[in-house]
Design a protein around this ligand. Sequence first.
Ligand code: 5GP
Length: 175
Amino acid sequence: DPRLQAISEAIRVVPHFPKQGIMFQDITTLLLDHNAFKDAVDIFVDRYRDMDISVVAGVEARGFIFGSSIALGIGAKFVPLCKAGKLPGEVISEKYVLEYGTDCLELHVGAVESSERVIIIDDLVATGGTLSAAIRLLERAGAEVVECACVIGLSDLKVRCKLNGKPLYILLEPR
Ligand code: 5GP
C-alpha cells in the first residue's frame, strides 16, 4: 500500500524513552499529520467495514485514538478497555504480566453484549501481553473477538502465539 511509507515516516522514534535501550514509537507525531493519520484510519476502516463488526474495543490510552475513529468510520460502537480504577461503573477485570510487575484492564459490564463481533485496537503490540488480556476480557463478556489490529507491531510468531489463535493485523513493523 503506497500510503504506508508516509504513515511510517510520520511516526517519530525516540531512543531511550521511557528508559535506557528502548526505541519508543511515538504516534503523537502521526496525529499531527492530517493526511497520514486519516490514511491510517482509512486502511482499517476499509478492512473492517463489511465484516459485520458491531464493537470496536480500544486499549487505553492510544488505542482510544485510533479505535474511536475506526468505530465512527465503520458504524460500530466504541468500547474503552481501561487501566484499573478508571471506569466508574461495574467492571470485569483481567490482570496481565509485564516485564516488571502486573497490570490490569477493565471493561464496563453491559458495554458488550454476548455474541457481538468485536475488533480490538491498540497503537502498538510488543509482547502481545496487553492484547491477550484484552481478548480474555472480551471473551469473558461473551463477545466474539474477530481480530486484533495495531498501527505498529512485530509480525513475530511469539506475539501471535500469545493471542490464542486470534488473527493480528498490523500496518507497520517498528523502524
Ligand atoms: P505489549 O503488552 O504488547 O508488550 O505492549 C503493548 C502496549 O505497550 C501497548 O498498549 C502500547 O501502547 C505500549 N507500548 C509499548 N512500547 C511502546 C512504544 O514504543 N510506543 C508506543 N506508542 N506504545 C508502546
